[in-house]
Design a binder for this molecule. Structure first.
Ligand SMILES: C[S@@+](CC[C@H](N)C(=O)[O-])C[C@H]1O[C@@H](n2cnc3c(N)ncnc32)[C@H](O)[C@@H]1O
Length: 198
């Protein structure tokens, strides 16, 4: 619903701009290119771009601290749909002992996330759909998506994640799926991090 509203508002703003401001012709393809770069996957996936905030990043860093990892290997975190890479950059700096991975299919956010983490040796951004990401490779899997993909994502989590690993979802959880707890983040959005231990 919110997604449709966003596109209606965008379309209305474009029409009003075109009617009253008479912009040069190149503005139209430029605006469409910009929308494509950032929202190319939105219609197919039903997941718009909105971002975790810094307080949530700090809460996730504490979650990583709480995970016990077998000695002798580096633990790994993945952000499924990493957006502009803010979560990745924060966690890669805060937890240099972890490998921090993000996957993203919208070209604009992917490029920004890639640039933002370019000099962080323990961060990696892949232009890859979350549906083709093997979750068995990770100790903590994080997602901030929308209600639409959650039933399918829960099935993927159940099929792929190893015992003892942790799935954390910001705000959304599939109806009827059990969970082990909720972290109430003390931010202005009252963010809820819902988690289940495999
Ligand atoms: C709500 S944003 C969250 C961004 C980031 N995880 C954060 O917490 O700030 C969701 C992101 O998922 C991306 N996305 C949607 N479907 C995807 C898919 N199938 N594979 C990878 N990324 C996807 C969107 O492009 C968007 O950047």
């Amino acid at each position: 619903m919110r997604l449709r509203l966003l596109f209606v508002v965008l379309a209305a703003a474009l029409m009003v701009g075109a009617l009253f401001l008479h912009p040069p012709l190149w503005v139209y393809p430029a605006v469409f290119a910009l929308i494509f770069l950032f929202y190319a996957n939105t219609f197919s996936e039903r997941v718009p771009l909105y971002l975790s905030n810094r307080t949530t990043w700090a809460a996730l860093a504490l979650v990583l601290d709480g995970e016990t990892i077998a000695v002798g290997r580096r633990p790994a975190f993945v952000d499924l749909g990493c957006g502009l890479g803010g979560t990745l950059a924060y966690l890669a700096r805060a937890r240099p002992d972890w490998d921090i991975v993000g996957v993203e299919t919208a070209p604009g956010p992917y490029l920004i996330a890639k640039a933002r983490t370019a000099f962080l040796p323990n961060a990696q951004v892949r232009f890859q759909t979350l549906w083709k990401t093997n979750l068995a490779a990770f100790d903590v899997v994080y997602a901030f998506l929308s209600p639409v993909p959650m039933p399918k994502l829960h099935a993927k989590v159940a099929a792929e994640m190893r015992p003892g690993t942790l799935f954390v979802s910001n705000s959304f959880w599939a109806d009827g799926q059990p969970y082990d707890g909720v972290i109430e983040v003390n931010d202005t959005r009252s963010t809820r991090l819902i988690f289940s231990k495999k």
